[in-house]
Design a protein around this ligand. Structure first.
Ligand code: ADP
Length: 480
């Protein structure tokens, strides 16, 4: 099959979250299986800087645009699929984050920028001459690609897939933006991309795609409820027969404690000595006062309310009081960053807070910590709880979305069957988080049970194989 993925980020070229891991790993796995895969992303400043030998694959006019777009190809592609970078004047070639400016506000022209990404994808699909290649399947990821399916509504040759990685980001803009983008007026209305008087990119993907997927079975159910549907639950219920939850996998080459170049000591499920040594070395490097027997908790993620960072902040004084050590890596909401820094100042030897984005440190935390905390209020899939299990770090998670689908909770039955891999709690409150963390420490103090939890997680298969195949069978399904 010829598959075109379209996304707003891809690891390692540009990453703000899990979407980047998914677009790259899924492309790679589908190519490994033998398919012809291309991945289109914008040529952000950071991306072109990281790709020195760029070649212009095509330079062309698109209808309604004053200038020409260019599709660039990195000269050296060390991946088994082809990466295409969309370049258009200063739309993407600017410093900083793909979505927000230096003050954290969305770029003023996001609608125009991602409309452009959609137009380029539509051109690739419609015009075989453009790149000498056209896909059987166009797989669109998140709101930034939501206009592709509506603009291809009459194109029956191509199967249109839309994956929701996080329904809380929808790409909502004013009616005036709809008009200035010169979108077909037929798209305005309840059956189109109008949403409560505004235009909604994500609604385009949901209404017009052959299949809608989201990144875990539990989240697929949750977005059909008013709790997590953000007003789109009715539409999603209406499209339920076309909505499928496909669990994300993780990149087994990138995240392998036996070979990971970012960590000091390698290890596996049969010999965990390297994990012990990583902990010892990291504790010293992070300036923490603890030894091998001090429970070490890790957290990595965007510092936003969704991730339950405020719950963690509320729980920290009690857990620090109990003598545990913490390492927290993240960036996001300025207020949450400040509160974390303040707590760290008064607990310097128990709490290491690193504000920033640091790929290497994220691997080190997974390799060194005993317990990984994910108190997310909601979590479409989540990747770190899977990285944690692969690295023998026991996850403590709120029972929601993909966390519920990937962590086998400690219960007497699961423990007896050696099936448990982590601790789940509910509701998402600081009290419940504290008691789950304390439960983890109780289990940690019992080496036999702990070993069973660690090994259970390390032996679970989170590779992309299953999920990549699930998408492939969806592409081929009757009626797609
Ligand atoms: P989301 O996409 O909602 O941010 P996911 O759990 O799906 O959450 O994916 C987050 C990804 O980003 C993971 O690979 C995680 O390790 C990584 N990540 C998040 N914040 C940081 C950070 N500050 N430094 C390094 N990696 C980070």
């Amino acid at each position: 099959m010829r598959i075109l993925h379209v996304a707003s980020e891809a690891h390692p070229l540009i990453k703000t979250g899990g979407l980047a891991d998914v677009s790259a790993s899924l492309s790679r796995t589908q190519a490994e299986i033998g398919h012809d895969v291309r991945l289109l992303i914008p040529a952000y400043g950071a991306v072109t800087e990281a790709s020195p030998q760029l070649r212009v694959a095509v330079e062309t006019h698109l209808p309604g645009l004053p200038g020409k777009i260019r599709i660039l190809e990195p000269g050296t592609q060390d991946v088994n699929y082809k990466i295409w970078l969309l370049d258009y004047g200063p739309a993407f070639d600017r410093a900083g984050n793909p979505y927000v400016d230096e003050h954290g506000a969305p770029w003023y022209d996001n609608a125009e920028r991602f409309h452009l990404l959609c137009l380029a994808a539509v051109a690739i699909v419609r015009d075989k001459q453009l790149l000498g290649w056209t896909p059987d399947v166009v797989h669109c990821h998140d709101w930034q690609t939501g206009l592709i399916a509506p603009l291809l509504a009459d194109e029956k040759r191509v199967t249109k897939i839309f994956t929701i990685h996080n329904l809380s980001y929808q790409g909502i803009f004013a009616r005036s933006t709809f008009l200035s983008l010169r979108l077909p007026e037929t798209l305005w209305g309840i059956d189109g991309i109008e949403f409560k008087g505004y235009m909604s990119f994500i609604k385009g993907g949901i209404v017009f795609s052959d299949w809608i997927t989201t990144v875990s079975p539990t989240y697929a159910r949750q977005i059909q409820t008013s709790d997590l549907g953000y007003g789109l639950e009715g539409l999603l219920q209406h499209r339920a027969a076309r909505l499928v939850g496909v669990l994300n996998g993780i990149d087994y080459e990138e995240w392998d404690p036996r070979t990971d170049p970012h960590i000091e000591y390698h290890y596996d499920a049969d010999d965990l000595d390297g994990k012990r040594l990583n902990k010892k070395s990291c504790i010293a490097r992070w300036g923490l006062r603890g030894d091998e027997n001090t429970p070490l908790f890790g957290f990595i993620g965007r510092l936003v309310e969704q991730k339950g960072v405020d719950l963690l902040i509320e729980a920290l004084p009690t857990l620090l009081q109990a003598g545990y050590c913490f390492v927290i890596l993240g960036t996001g909401d300025r207020g949450l960053e400040k509160r974390l820094r303040e707590i760290a100042q008064s607990h310097r030897h128990r709490l290491c807070v690193h504000i920033g984005y640091d790929e290497k440190m994220s691997h080190e935390i997974e390799a060194a910590a005993d317990v990984f905390l994910m108190p997310s209020r909601f979590e479409p899939c989540g990747l770190n709880q899977m990285y944690s299990q692969r690295y023998g770090t026991v996850p403590v998670v709120h029972h929601t979305g993909g966390l519920a689908d990937t962590v086998v909770p400690v219960t007497p039955e699961n423990l007896a069957a050696n099936a448990a891999t982590g601790i789940t709690f509910s509701p998402p409150t600081a009290e419940a988080l504290i008691s789950a963390a304390q439960q983890a420490v109780g289990l940690y103090r019992d080496p036999r049970t702990w070993r069973s939890l660690v090994r259970g997680g390390m032996r679970t298969d989170f590779s992309w194989r299953h999920s990549a195949r699930a998408y492939l069978s969806l592409y081929q399904k009757e009626g797609a």
